[in-house]
Design a protein around this ligand. Structure first.
Ligand code: MF3
Ligand code: CO
Length: 297
């Protein structure tokens, strides 16, 4: 007996596996289901089957991720003081067009542009504009999300423009370290909270706060899938990680207080309440049989 989303489903051990591999259940996901059932009975949150990507889906998502990474590589190459954030938007459009890809943010819930560009105290969801010019000393997050053949990829990087104050540079570096430390916790049969806790601990140890309201997400078949991925969670809590799950790790660290507010004019851009600078890095990661694989960064 297997309990899937609380419903009983019987699959014979010699029947084809539910994952679509064509293999017999007993040599495919039987052991997987046993572990999921045990975790559920122990009171843990477990992933639904639809969150488990097949090898075919993973291959297609990786193709999308190649375009995603190329977008950010080209931005990395060209970004400089004096450039407008609209020009970053142009780069994303160009690279996507070249590959027949679609920028996922464009028209997503009414978002007007193809990429999010968030400078200094902008935490995330900044909207590119020809009137917004990058200045020496700015830190900027460029958050790129890509659709290729219907498959989604999502990653973001920070860029330091010219001569950046060492305090701000440290914020950017520590945020990246948080993602790297969190990534080490991504392995099958661990918990999302293991990752959340190390990120929060590292941020706090450096005197920074972590934004609570906005988090990562499952990704691949859709832009935003379950689970929601927070960074104020505790080890051993939150969703169980199982092979085939794919999600983003995208903590936002503030130099000051964690409180944020939304721009009341564009209803998108999030800023720190106290005006302190904020940094974010985002990676897309797959849980594998033995650990994890970075899909986009
Ligand atoms: N890339 C953002 C994320 O990580 C997407 C924000 S929605 C947008 O989830 F419309 F602003 F792009
Ligand atoms: Co994301």
């Amino acid at each position: 007996m297997n309990l899937i989303n609380g419903r009983e489903k019987k699959i014979g051990r010699n029947d084809p596996c539910w994952c679509g591999s064509g293999k017999k259940y007993k040599v495919c996901h039987e052991e997987f289901d046993r572990k999921i059932d045990m975790a559920r009975l122990a009171g843990h949150i477990v992933p639904a089957r639809k969150l488990i990507k097949t090898p075919e889906q993973i291959a297609l998502i990786k193709e999308s991720a190649k375009v995603n990474v190329e977008c950010l590589d080209v931005v990395a190459d060209k970004i400089c003081a004096g450039m407008s954030t609209e020009e970053i938007n142009d780069i994303i459009n160009e690279v996507c067009k070249k590959h027949g890809a679609i920028p996922a943010p464009l028209n997503y819930c009414g978002f007007p542009k193809s990429v999010c560009t968030s400078i200094n105290d902008a935490v995330c969801h900044g909207i590119p504009s020809k009137d917004e010019i990058l200045m020496d000393g700015d830190i900027i997050n460029v958050d790129c999300s890509t659709i290729l053949n219907g498959y989604y990829s999502d990653s973001s990087r920070m860029f330091c423009i010219g001569d950046v104050d060492p305090e701000m540079k440290k914020l950017v570096d520590v945020c990246k370290e948080c993602v790297e430390l969190g990534l080490k916790e991504v392995k099958p049969w661990g918990f999302l909270g293991d990752m959340g806790q190390v990120i929060n601990d590292h941020a706090k140890a450096n005197g920074y706060s972590v934004v609570r309201e906005i988090g990562g997400h499952g990704v691949g078949l859709e832009f935003h899938e379950d689970p929601w991925v927070g960074y104020t969670t505790k080890r051993g809590t939150d969703m169980l990680m199982a092979p085939g799950m794919m999600f983003t790790i995208e903590p936002m660290l503030n130099a000051g207080e964690p409180d944020v507010f939304e721009d009341s004019e564009n209803n998108w851009t999030i800023y720190t309440e106290d005006g302190s600078p904020s940094a974010q890095w985002e990676i897309q990661v797959l849980v594998t049989e033995t650990g994890h694989e970075v899909i986009a960064w």
